[in-house]
Ligand binder design. Structure first.
Ligand code: ARG
Length: 261
Protein backbone atom coordinates (compact mmCIF):
# COMPACT_ATOMS: atom_id res chain seq x y z
CA UNK A 1 0.00 0.00 0.00
CA UNK A 2 1.31 3.41 -0.97
CA UNK A 3 2.00 5.86 1.83
CA UNK A 4 2.85 8.85 -0.37
CA UNK A 5 0.42 11.44 -1.66
CA UNK A 6 0.82 14.18 -4.25
CA UNK A 7 -0.87 17.47 -3.39
CA UNK A 8 -0.97 20.84 -5.15
CA UNK A 9 -1.19 23.94 -2.93
CA UNK A 10 -4.22 25.90 -4.23
CA UNK A 11 -2.45 29.21 -4.78
CA UNK A 12 -4.23 29.86 -8.10
CA UNK A 13 -7.32 27.76 -7.44
CA UNK A 14 -10.54 29.30 -8.76
CA UNK A 15 -13.78 28.54 -10.62
CA UNK A 16 -13.27 30.25 -13.95
CA UNK A 17 -15.20 28.02 -16.35
CA UNK A 18 -17.82 25.31 -16.13
CA UNK A 19 -17.08 21.73 -17.15
CA UNK A 20 -19.32 19.92 -14.67
CA UNK A 21 -22.79 20.63 -13.18
CA UNK A 22 -21.34 21.84 -9.83
CA UNK A 23 -19.38 24.69 -11.40
CA UNK A 24 -21.94 27.47 -11.32
CA UNK A 25 -19.51 30.37 -11.09
CA UNK A 26 -19.91 30.81 -7.31
CA UNK A 27 -17.22 33.12 -6.00
CA UNK A 28 -14.39 31.29 -4.23
CA UNK A 29 -13.20 32.57 -0.85
CA UNK A 30 -9.48 32.18 -1.55
CA UNK A 31 -8.25 32.51 2.03
CA UNK A 32 -10.78 29.92 3.14
CA UNK A 33 -9.79 27.55 0.30
CA UNK A 34 -6.16 27.72 1.40
CA UNK A 35 -7.17 27.13 5.03
CA UNK A 36 -9.26 24.08 4.08
CA UNK A 37 -6.45 22.67 1.96
CA UNK A 38 -3.98 23.07 4.87
CA UNK A 39 -6.39 21.21 7.13
CA UNK A 40 -6.28 18.32 4.67
CA UNK A 41 -2.50 18.45 4.47
CA UNK A 42 -2.19 18.49 8.28
CA UNK A 43 -4.50 15.52 8.74
CA UNK A 44 -2.60 13.51 6.12
CA UNK A 45 0.73 14.33 7.78
CA UNK A 46 -0.68 13.37 11.19
CA UNK A 47 -1.59 9.96 9.80
CA UNK A 48 2.10 9.52 8.96
CA UNK A 49 1.73 9.84 5.20
CA UNK A 50 4.52 11.32 3.10
CA UNK A 51 3.38 14.41 1.22
CA UNK A 52 4.87 15.59 -2.06
CA UNK A 53 3.82 18.82 -3.69
CA UNK A 54 3.62 20.16 -7.21
CA UNK A 55 3.45 23.91 -7.83
CA UNK A 56 0.25 25.14 -9.43
CA UNK A 57 0.52 26.92 -12.79
CA UNK A 58 -1.24 30.31 -12.62
CA UNK A 59 -3.47 29.61 -15.63
CA UNK A 60 -4.62 26.14 -14.49
CA UNK A 61 -7.18 26.69 -11.71
CA UNK A 62 -8.19 23.00 -11.47
CA UNK A 63 -4.63 21.69 -11.05
CA UNK A 64 -5.30 21.34 -7.30
CA UNK A 65 -7.30 18.21 -8.14
CA UNK A 66 -4.19 16.06 -8.43
CA UNK A 67 -6.23 12.84 -8.51
CA UNK A 68 -6.86 13.69 -12.14
CA UNK A 69 -3.18 13.72 -13.14
CA UNK A 70 -3.00 10.02 -13.91
CA UNK A 71 -2.94 6.53 -12.42
CA UNK A 72 0.19 5.31 -10.67
CA UNK A 73 1.33 1.77 -9.98
CA UNK A 74 4.84 1.37 -8.59
CA UNK A 75 7.21 3.30 -10.83
CA UNK A 76 4.73 3.54 -13.72
CA UNK A 77 2.24 6.29 -14.34
CA UNK A 78 -0.40 6.44 -17.05
CA UNK A 79 -1.00 10.13 -17.67
CA UNK A 80 -4.48 11.54 -18.16
CA UNK A 81 -5.85 12.91 -21.42
CA UNK A 82 -8.29 15.50 -20.16
CA UNK A 83 -11.68 15.59 -21.81
CA UNK A 84 -11.98 19.39 -21.78
CA UNK A 85 -9.54 21.88 -23.32
CA UNK A 86 -9.59 23.94 -20.11
CA UNK A 87 -7.58 21.26 -18.30
CA UNK A 88 -5.50 19.72 -21.11
CA UNK A 89 -2.37 21.77 -20.38
CA UNK A 90 -2.15 20.31 -16.86
CA UNK A 91 -0.62 17.23 -18.43
CA UNK A 92 2.61 19.02 -19.35
CA UNK A 93 2.99 20.13 -15.73
CA UNK A 94 2.22 16.73 -14.26
CA UNK A 95 4.29 14.72 -16.78
CA UNK A 96 7.39 16.79 -16.20
CA UNK A 97 6.95 16.40 -12.44
CA UNK A 98 6.69 12.60 -12.78
CA UNK A 99 9.69 12.47 -15.13
CA UNK A 100 11.78 14.48 -12.68
CA UNK A 101 10.79 12.07 -9.91
CA UNK A 102 12.04 9.14 -12.03
CA UNK A 103 8.72 7.56 -13.01
CA UNK A 104 8.16 5.76 -16.31
CA UNK A 105 5.56 8.01 -17.90
CA UNK A 106 3.03 6.43 -20.29
CA UNK A 107 0.74 8.43 -22.58
CA UNK A 108 -2.48 7.13 -24.10
CA UNK A 109 -3.34 8.02 -27.71
CA UNK A 110 -4.62 11.59 -28.01
CA UNK A 111 -8.09 10.53 -29.14
CA UNK A 112 -9.05 8.71 -25.93
CA UNK A 113 -10.16 10.57 -22.80
CA UNK A 114 -8.82 9.54 -19.43
CA UNK A 115 -8.83 11.35 -16.08
CA UNK A 116 -6.58 9.20 -13.91
CA UNK A 117 -7.61 8.51 -10.33
CA UNK A 118 -10.72 10.63 -10.74
CA UNK A 119 -11.98 7.53 -12.54
CA UNK A 120 -9.76 4.70 -11.33
CA UNK A 121 -8.78 2.93 -8.15
CA UNK A 122 -6.51 -0.07 -7.80
CA UNK A 123 -7.61 -2.91 -5.51
CA UNK A 124 -4.88 -5.57 -5.40
CA UNK A 125 -4.62 -6.73 -9.02
CA UNK A 126 -7.83 -5.13 -10.13
CA UNK A 127 -8.27 -1.75 -11.76
CA UNK A 128 -11.75 -0.49 -10.88
CA UNK A 129 -12.59 2.14 -13.47
CA UNK A 130 -15.47 4.50 -14.16
CA UNK A 131 -16.30 5.57 -17.72
CA UNK A 132 -18.89 7.53 -19.62
CA UNK A 133 -18.20 11.17 -18.78
CA UNK A 134 -14.50 11.96 -18.47
CA UNK A 135 -12.82 8.64 -19.25
CA UNK A 136 -13.49 6.28 -22.16
CA UNK A 137 -13.83 2.54 -21.71
CA UNK A 138 -11.01 2.15 -24.24
CA UNK A 139 -8.72 4.23 -22.00
CA UNK A 140 -9.50 2.01 -19.02
CA UNK A 141 -8.63 -1.08 -21.07
CA UNK A 142 -5.34 0.44 -22.18
CA UNK A 143 -4.46 1.58 -18.66
CA UNK A 144 -5.16 -1.87 -17.19
CA UNK A 145 -2.93 -3.41 -19.83
CA UNK A 146 -0.05 -0.98 -19.28
CA UNK A 147 -0.21 -1.42 -15.51
CA UNK A 148 -0.70 -5.18 -15.80
CA UNK A 149 -4.03 -5.23 -13.98
CA UNK A 150 -7.39 -6.90 -14.52
CA UNK A 151 -10.21 -4.46 -15.22
CA UNK A 152 -13.62 -3.96 -13.65
CA UNK A 153 -15.26 -1.26 -15.79
CA UNK A 154 -18.23 0.61 -14.31
CA UNK A 155 -20.43 2.79 -16.45
CA UNK A 156 -21.38 6.12 -14.84
CA UNK A 157 -24.88 7.32 -15.68
CA UNK A 158 -25.47 10.44 -13.57
CA UNK A 159 -23.87 13.70 -14.79
CA UNK A 160 -23.58 15.05 -11.21
CA UNK A 161 -21.30 12.11 -10.43
CA UNK A 162 -19.10 12.45 -13.47
CA UNK A 163 -15.98 10.89 -11.94
CA UNK A 164 -15.89 7.51 -10.18
CA UNK A 165 -14.39 9.12 -7.06
CA UNK A 166 -17.54 11.23 -6.63
CA UNK A 167 -19.73 8.14 -6.14
CA UNK A 168 -17.43 5.32 -4.99
CA UNK A 169 -14.87 4.93 -2.18
CA UNK A 170 -12.95 1.78 -1.52
CA UNK A 171 -12.94 1.22 2.26
CA UNK A 172 -10.58 -1.74 2.14
CA UNK A 173 -9.91 -4.70 -0.17
CA UNK A 174 -13.41 -6.11 0.39
CA UNK A 175 -15.79 -3.22 0.89
CA UNK A 176 -16.75 0.12 -0.56
CA UNK A 177 -19.07 3.07 -0.13
CA UNK A 178 -21.13 3.87 -3.20
CA UNK A 179 -24.00 6.01 -4.36
CA UNK A 180 -26.57 3.76 -6.08
CA UNK A 181 -27.98 6.71 -8.07
CA UNK A 182 -24.77 6.97 -10.09
CA UNK A 183 -24.88 3.45 -11.57
CA UNK A 184 -27.31 1.17 -13.42
CA UNK A 185 -28.65 -1.88 -11.60
CA UNK A 186 -26.58 -4.07 -13.93
CA UNK A 187 -23.38 -2.25 -12.93
CA UNK A 188 -24.27 -2.53 -9.26
CA UNK A 189 -24.78 -6.28 -9.60
CA UNK A 190 -21.34 -6.52 -11.27
CA UNK A 191 -19.75 -4.58 -8.41
CA UNK A 192 -21.45 -6.74 -5.79
CA UNK A 193 -19.61 -9.79 -7.11
CA UNK A 194 -16.34 -8.18 -6.02
CA UNK A 195 -17.17 -6.08 -2.98
CA UNK A 196 -19.46 -5.67 -0.03
CA UNK A 197 -21.21 -2.38 -0.81
CA UNK A 198 -22.43 0.24 1.65
CA UNK A 199 -24.88 2.69 0.04
CA UNK A 200 -24.88 6.41 0.82
CA UNK A 201 -28.04 8.54 0.63
CA UNK A 202 -28.63 11.13 -2.11
CA UNK A 203 -27.92 13.85 0.47
CA UNK A 204 -24.59 12.30 1.47
CA UNK A 205 -23.69 11.80 -2.17
CA UNK A 206 -24.42 15.48 -2.85
CA UNK A 207 -22.20 16.37 0.10
CA UNK A 208 -19.44 14.36 -1.58
CA UNK A 209 -19.52 11.64 1.11
CA UNK A 210 -18.02 9.25 -1.45
CA UNK A 211 -15.09 11.59 -2.05
CA UNK A 212 -13.53 10.53 1.25
CA UNK A 213 -9.92 9.47 1.69
CA UNK A 214 -9.23 6.08 3.24
CA UNK A 215 -5.96 5.02 4.78
CA UNK A 216 -5.90 1.81 6.81
CA UNK A 217 -8.82 2.19 9.26
CA UNK A 218 -8.87 5.98 8.94
CA UNK A 219 -11.35 7.86 6.82
CA UNK A 220 -11.25 11.59 6.11
CA UNK A 221 -14.65 12.80 5.04
CA UNK A 222 -16.08 16.05 3.64
CA UNK A 223 -18.34 17.97 6.08
CA UNK A 224 -22.11 17.46 6.51
CA UNK A 225 -21.85 13.68 6.41
CA UNK A 226 -21.96 13.15 10.15
CA UNK A 227 -24.38 10.23 10.20
CA UNK A 228 -22.36 8.42 7.55
CA UNK A 229 -19.24 9.06 9.64
CA UNK A 230 -21.01 7.71 12.74
CA UNK A 231 -22.10 4.54 10.95
CA UNK A 232 -18.54 3.89 9.74
CA UNK A 233 -17.26 4.62 13.22
CA UNK A 234 -19.44 1.78 14.47
CA UNK A 235 -17.79 -0.47 11.90
CA UNK A 236 -14.38 0.30 13.43
CA UNK A 237 -13.23 3.15 11.21
CA UNK A 238 -11.81 6.34 12.67
CA UNK A 239 -13.40 9.34 10.97
CA UNK A 240 -12.16 12.88 10.60
CA UNK A 241 -14.27 15.57 8.97
CA UNK A 242 -12.97 18.49 6.91
CA UNK A 243 -15.09 21.28 5.44
CA UNK A 244 -14.32 21.65 1.72
CA UNK A 245 -17.01 24.22 0.85
CA UNK A 246 -14.68 26.15 -1.49
CA UNK A 247 -13.71 23.10 -3.53
CA UNK A 248 -17.29 21.84 -3.85
CA UNK A 249 -17.88 24.99 -5.94
CA UNK A 250 -15.67 23.30 -8.54
CA UNK A 251 -17.24 19.85 -8.17
CA UNK A 252 -14.37 18.44 -6.16
CA UNK A 253 -13.45 17.58 -2.59
CA UNK A 254 -10.93 15.62 -0.54
CA UNK A 255 -10.18 12.57 -2.68
CA UNK A 256 -9.96 14.75 -5.82
CA UNK A 257 -7.20 16.78 -4.17
CA UNK A 258 -4.99 13.76 -3.47
CA UNK A 259 -3.11 11.39 -5.71
CA UNK A 260 -1.62 8.21 -4.25
CA UNK A 261 1.81 7.78 -5.80
N1 ARG B 1 -13.45 21.22 -11.67
C1 ARG B 1 -12.81 19.95 -11.80
C2 ARG B 1 -13.26 19.27 -13.08
O1 ARG B 1 -14.41 19.34 -13.41
C3 ARG B 1 -13.09 19.10 -10.61
C4 ARG B 1 -12.32 17.81 -10.63
C5 ARG B 1 -12.67 16.90 -9.51
N2 ARG B 1 -11.79 15.81 -9.47
C6 ARG B 1 -12.14 14.54 -9.19
N3 ARG B 1 -11.19 13.67 -9.05
N4 ARG B 1 -13.37 14.17 -9.07
O2 ARG B 1 -12.52 18.66 -13.78
Amino acid sequence: MSTTILLCPPIFYDVKYSINPWMKGEKVDHALAIHQWFQLKNVLSHLGLTIKEIAQAPDLPDMVFTANAGTVRGADVVMSNFKYTERKREIEEFSSWFKKEGYTVHHLPKNVSFEGCGDTVINNNLLIGGYGYRSDLKALRMTAEILNLDLLPLKLINPNFYHLDTCFTLLGPESALYYPGAFSSYTISKLKKHLHLIPVSPEEANNFGCNSIVYKHHIIMPANNESLADSLDEKGMECRIIDTSEFLKSGGSLQCMTLWI
